[in-house]
Design a protein around this ligand. Sequence first.
Ligand SMILES: Cc1cc2nc3c(=O)[nH]c(=O)nc-3n(C[C@H](O)[C@H](O)[C@H](O)COP(=O)(O)OP(=O)(O)OC[C@H]3O[C@@H](n4cnc5c(N)ncnc54)[C@H](O)[C@@H]3O)c2cc1C
Length: 415
Amino acid sequence: MREERPTDVLVVGGGIIGLSIAWRARQAGLSVTVLERDVAGGATSRVAAGMLAPVAEVEFGESGRRQLELGLRGASMWPAFAAELETATGVSVGLLQTGTLVLAHDEDEARELERQLEVRQSLGLTVRRLRPSAAREREPALAPAVRLALEAPDDHSVDPRMVCAALMRACVSAGVDVRARAPVARVELAGGECARATGVTLEHGEHVPAEQVVLAAGPWSGGIEGMPEGAGVPVRPVKGQTVRLRDPAGPGLLQRVVRFHGGYLVPREDGAYVLGATVEERGFELAPTAGGVYELLRDAHELVPGVSELQIEELSVGLRPGTPDNAPAIGRCPVQGLIWATGHYRNGILLAPLTAELVLGVLTGGEADPLLAACSPERFSASAGPPTAPTGPPPSTAGEPSKPAEPATAAKAVP
Ligand SMILES: Cc1cc2nc3c(=O)[nH]c(=O)nc-3n(C[C@H](O)[C@H](O)[C@H](O)COP(=O)(O)OP(=O)(O)OC[C@H]3O[C@@H](n4cnc5c(N)ncnc54)[C@H](O)[C@@H]3O)c2cc1C
């Protein structure tokens, strides 16, 4: 059993969130260890479509406004983050700055889209109304069934698998100690009531000491033991199924991300497409289902018939880390030296550079960023209990026409 000098920062979880934080912390001169249960970048971040879509993802209500603020700042950071990562590693992250089209496919959806347009315009967001002919001029593969489209020209995409590969390389060459197959069992504390984190213990018993511990274990973050009452964050897994498609003729079927009532299609630069995604409250179950895949393909085919010619490369299933209000938990908790960076739900790719910046500020004791207040893990302290799905119908998403509320266990397709 090895017991070492404490690392400055110990990050639990090597997904896009943990790796982004590790890279930034190391760049700031801190010694950093990442402990990853399996292989870095191999869990939820590997399944994500990679949309950077704060405008298409607008949700109503107070929480929606907070998330819009986070999302817009996150999106604004991506071009520089991508360029820095590519320069540091020589690895492309697949940033495509081609914008997004949100499609309506019948009269009801078109009316709803008009309403969504007004909402976005009232928020000062850049969005254009497109007649079907204008939408098809931009994307000739769209079916005549398209009744109306909104264009969000600033909602772009990256390839999260490429981002994680680049982050891994950046971390390792900067001197981060990334340990694969190092499952953390518990956080270790000292100091009784005024608890302070002193490190973690791995499942096989090894103690890894640290000055500060960052919990970035995605949907599994809530399962790490040792947390005193009031310091936990209730994170639940929200299943999402995707189909990875490839055009044997190469790129060109779609240039932009297209989103529709049943899901979305995200093009990659090499002729691959991600078709997603179901949203299912099924605990940690990871099996792809015939029904989920059928619905995704059916809905995509109605608006982009050429999808039927694409080859299926992969069915992939991921678990979005959701908090009770579906907003992330980033920042300190009552345990000194313990920082949460989880609960990014549908927006962990979009929010990775911003999360890394916010957490770095906390680690280095810089001036508190005002956005941290909206993400405080302590907002759950009073109601800490087992993770649950949000009560009531799912929040209405401006990125897609609304649809009837479904039982919490049903598969429904949104990003
Ligand atoms: C189908 C789907 C589509 C999505 N599309 C988008 C999108 O278009 N845009 C967007 O912004 N977001 C999207 N998301 C959301 C995004 O994928 C997540 O918010 C993001 O990946 C979360 O990153 P993470 O690093 O927190 O989690 P993860 O990538 O899951 O990383 C957590 C890591 O922690 C490790 N771990 C767990 N427990 C332990 C332990 N005890 N000890 C050590 N390590 C541990 C895991 O093995 C894992 O590698 C999508 C998600 C899904 C499922």
